[in-house]
Design a protein around this ligand. Structure first.
Ligand SMILES: C[S@@+](CC[C@H](N)C(=O)[O-])C[C@H]1O[C@@H](n2cnc3c(N)ncnc32)[C@H](O)[C@@H]1O
Length: 401
């Protein structure tokens, strides 16, 4: 096969520039390096290698990681420290077959999940150490058992439905995979280990990525703290559908001078698991009227992307009577899909939404139209270089009140 080396050379030269920016801690440089590294692999990899990687190397890695979670292998690796642990010792700790563990570890090492220190002796990589923590371990559990199975049902589901776009939250690849008529959230409620795993993972899946409260992203002081008026309400921000409250915790930690109360709202099953004194946690169904009036901001993170347009409009309209015109701000922390060349973290999240709930990530034009229908105008969209999510600030459209 003749190789066109010019593309590889162009990527190598861009890698060098990105490497220099990375050394200087330039925002987005790490993401740029990773994106270029993917480009490099894609331009070098033969089709036969790509199919091998997608068809069995990556499925085997995912399955081996799932087994390793069941057997607490990542915890054993972490405890073994620098010295590492042999496959034989691991097998004894896990009460598993030594040859099986040896072959599992060999593949995990070949795929850079663990490190092989000497023949058949393994130690933890930073990834393996992270996978010993419950929030990441729960990510493997939820994504393998709940999302992965749904992806595997996607082609057959689409074939059976004549390649129509799935649009029902109760009839899609998720339901075909899990043999249920419940929506993914209703199913999670009835399947507590996965509900717990999902909530735990939600608190970690963005870990290390740019956050809306980081300097250079959304100007919290200028847009929210300045102008806060306790005569309207003593509530600074309501996190609607805020999960376990990780965003409020971070907001309070990064802005300890916040002048009012922080309120977390979510479903009772989630609120009952929360204990954090940075905020008040209350159960609230966001399809019902918002009880907290005239807060400075109503914040919804990854909420609208879970619902179709009609449901999003219902959710947003529940906020309107609570908001003080000209004062309360609506903040949506969402992926805004670029019109061209969105990155794989964005496109794959769109695919995840498709298989789990027949929904989608939205473009700016789509969000603008959706908000208009619900009676809001976008003030500005704040983004961070190579960030996956954007902060959409919106206000009441007073002509619709
Ligand atoms: C994708 S998670 C986002 C959690 C959090 N905002 C974040 O970004 O990490 C969606 C959240 O919406 C909550 N939720 C779903 N239906 C709800 C409802 N009807 N009322 C309130 N919260 C709901 C879920 O429990 C979950 O915590």
């Amino acid at each position: 096969m003749t190789q066109d080396t010019s593309q590889v050379e162009a990527i190598l030269s861009q890698l060098q520039t990105a490497g220099a920016s990375y050394k200087e801690n330039t925002p987005g440089a790490r993401e740029k390096l990773m994106s270029l590294s993917h480009d490099l692999i894609s331009s070098l990899e033969l089709p036969s290698e790509a199919i091998m990687r997608m068809g069995w190397a990556e499925p085997a890695r995912a399955a081996n990681c799932r087994t390793a979670v069941d057997l607490n292998i990542f915890e054993h690796l972490k405890q073994s420290g620098e010295a590492g642990i042999t496959a034989k010792e691991l097998a004894a700790k896990c009460s598993a077959d030594e040859v099986l563990i040896s072959r599992t570890m060999r593949h995990l090492a070949a795929m850079n999940v663990v490190s092989e220190k000497s023949e058949n002796t393994y130690s933890a990589t930073p990834l393996a150490e992270a996978l010993s923590e419950s929030r990441y371990r729960d990510g493997i559990l939820f994504l393998y058992d709940v999302a992965g199975v749904s992806f595997r049902h996607l082609p057959e589901y689409l074939k059976n439905t004549g390649y129509k776009l799935p649009t029902s939250v109760t009839d899609g690849p998720f339901q075909a995979a899990h043999k249920t008529e419940l929506s993914a959230f209703a199913w999670l409620d009835k399947t507590p280990p996965y509900l717990q795993a999902f909530n735990n993972y939600m608190s970690a899946y963005r870990f290390g990525k740019p956050s809306w409260v980081d300097p250079g992203f959304y100007p919290v002081s200028d847009r929210l703290i300045e102008g806060f008026n306790s005569d309207y309400s003593d509530v600074f921000l309501v996190d609607v559908g805020g999960g376990k409250g990780h965003d409020l915790h971070e907001l309070k930690a990064k802005y300890p001078q916040i002048p009012g109360k922080l309120i977390l709202q979510d479903r009772p099953a989630v609120i009952s698991t929360v204990s954090d004194d940075s905020f008040e946690a209350v159960s609230h169904d966001f399809f019902t009227a918002q009880p907290i009036k005239h807060a400075r901001a109503y914040y919804l993170h990854s909420i609208l992307h879970n619902w179709g347009d009609d449901d999003c409009i219902k959710i947003l309209q529940q906020l309107k009577p609570a908001m003080k015109p000209g004062y309360s701000r609506l903040l949506l922390n969402e992926i805004v899909v670029p019109r061209q060349n969105p990155t794989w973290p964005i496109t794959s999240m769109d695919q995840l939404m498709l298989v789990l709930a027949a929904i989608q990530e939205r473009t700016e034009a789509h969000l603008t139209e959706l908000l208009k229908k619900a009676g809001f105008n976008i003030v500005k969209i704040y983004s961070y270089e190579f960030g996956q999510e954007s902060l959409v600030e919106a206000e009441l459209d007073v002509t619709t009140l």
